[in-house]
Design a binder for this molecule. Structure first.
Ligand code: HEC
Length: 198
């Protein structure tokens, strides 16, 4: 037969190779590496973000946890900094890395959205005046405004209830109705096309 397996032709060679591997494996056990100081270190990174409005690239990320003298922060492939704040962010996906004094790291993936300027004002009103009844799980009248999509989809009912009081005013008593300037912000957004980008 033309082809012969090497281990049958050179048994001594393979036996000695086997022995060398076993010995080197054993010698590693004799001098264990120092324990990794990062084993078991993980951070449940907490943050607050603001979206980027219009074309101004003014999104921001503020890390709320972990914070402290020994923690540093970096955005994407930037360099580490002491301040837990990143400003002037364009819309997009970011990775924030937090590092402790031992060099252990953890990351968070954070998306900065793009809001049109009129929508940004309406979102502020919804957050400020329509919770807890319609935010953070609140679902009065079958309306929950936790997501941008749910606000955009309900544009007509938001205007009907918060501006036109049809069939009655939102927010309901005991909460005060919106001021006229706030009502105008909703009207302006609706007239502009009531999209997230308006
Ligand atoms: C204190 C609680 C409370 C607040 C604050 C509140 N709502 Fe409501 N909302 C309700 C209740 C209760 C209902 C169901 C009864 C009804 O429709 O009147 C409702 C129903 C709705 C509905 C669904 C019914 C429809 O007419 O389409 C919309 C839309 C709505 N609210 C919009 C808003 C907006 C916009 C705000 C903020 C500007 C707001 N609400 C603030 C309690 C609240």
């Amino acid at each position: 037969m033309f082809q012969t397996n090497l281990q049958y032709r050179y048994p001594a060679l393979f036996l000695s190779l086997f022995i060398v591997l076993v010995i080197s494996g054993c010698s590693k056990k004799d001098s264990p590496a120092a324990p990794d100081p990062c084993i078991g270190v993980s951070y449940d990174v907490q943050y607050f973000k603001t979206e980027s409005i219009g074309t101004s690239n003014n999104g921001s990320i503020t890390i709320n946890y972990p914070v402290g003298d020994t923690i540093t922060y970096k955005l994407n492939n930037g360099s580490y900094q002491a301040a837990p704040i990143f400003n002037n962010l364009a819309p997009g996906d970011y990775v924030v890395t937090v590092k402790n004094q031992k060099g252990c790291t953890d990351t968070a993936q954070i998306s900065i959205l793009n809001y049109g300027p009129k929508y940004a004002l309406v979102k502020q009103i919804i957050v400020g005046y329509c919770g807890p009844c319609h935010r953070n799980g609140g679902n009065e009248g079958g309306k929950n405004f936790d997501t941008d999509a749910s606000i955009v989809a309900s544009w007509d009912r938001i205007k009907a209830r918060a501006v036109d009081a049809n069939p009655s005013q939102m927010p309901q008593a005991p909460n005060a109705p919106l001021t006229n300037p706030d009502k105008q912000k909703i009207v302006d957004w609706v007239n502009a096309g009531h999209r997230q980008s308006d």
